[in-house]
Design a protein around this ligand. Structure first.
Ligand SMILES: CC(C)(COP(=O)(O)OP(=O)(O)OC[C@H]1O[C@@H](n2cnc3c(N)ncnc32)[C@H](O)[C@@H]1OP(=O)(O)O)[C@@H](O)C(=O)NCCC(=O)NCCS
Length: 142
């Protein structure tokens, strides 16, 4: 368990390594709902993303402890598809920090939208993200 959130660096990482990405997803539990066993598909998810924000420890190994992957036009809308924090760093503000950095990078003209996992609803409520009753979704079939 980390003791302080002040040792975390947030930055866009367009070249994030697919194995690092999968590791954090799997550690957080979100990997169970993503095709982590299909590396070409995961690599395409990174390659075709518009914004990947990484949270790394400010120490020599720059260990990845969190990630936020979004699709956006940087003009009107942004869909945050994956937000994940390693268990050792949860509860220290890293999830909120990743959302804050994503919002900073897309700017005030762009809406941020996402679909929460059931266990994370309280997190989005806690950080003050408004809930929308009129969102719709065609689920993927594969
Ligand atoms: C959800 C997740 C991203 C939150 O990241 P985190 O770094 O632990 O969250 P933060 O420390 O920034 O939390 C901010 C606040 O929300 C609270 N919070 C965090 N997770 C919460 C949860 N699941 N339910 C209710 N409150 C939560 C924190 O206690 C904190 O409250 P505080 O302001 O009183 O200190 C992280 O728990 C995670 O990776 N979960 C597994 C993967 C997942 O479900 N991702 C979301 C997909 S939609």
């Amino acid at each position: 368990m980390l003791s302080s959130p002040s040792s975390v660096l947030y930055a866009a990482e367009p070249g994030l390594d697919v194995d690092e990405f999968c590791r954090v997803l799997l550690e957080s539990g979100l990997g169970a709902t993503r095709p982590t066993g299909d590396r070409p598909r995961m690599r395409q998810m990174l390659d075709q993303a518009d914004l990947v924000v990484a949270a790394r420890l400010d120490r020599p190994d720059r260990a990845l402890i969190g990630v936020a992957r979004s699709i956006t036009d940087f003009s009107w809308c942004c869909y945050l598809s994956e937000l994940a924090v390693s268990p050792s760093a949860q509860g220290l503000g890293v999830g909120k920090g990743l959302i804050d950095e994503t919002r900073r990078l897309i700017g005030p003209r762009v809406s941020l939208v996402l679909a929460s996992m059931p266990d994370s609803v309280g997190f989005y409520e806690r950080i003050g993200m408004p809930r929308q009753p009129d969102a719709f979704w065609f689920k993927r079939s594969e």
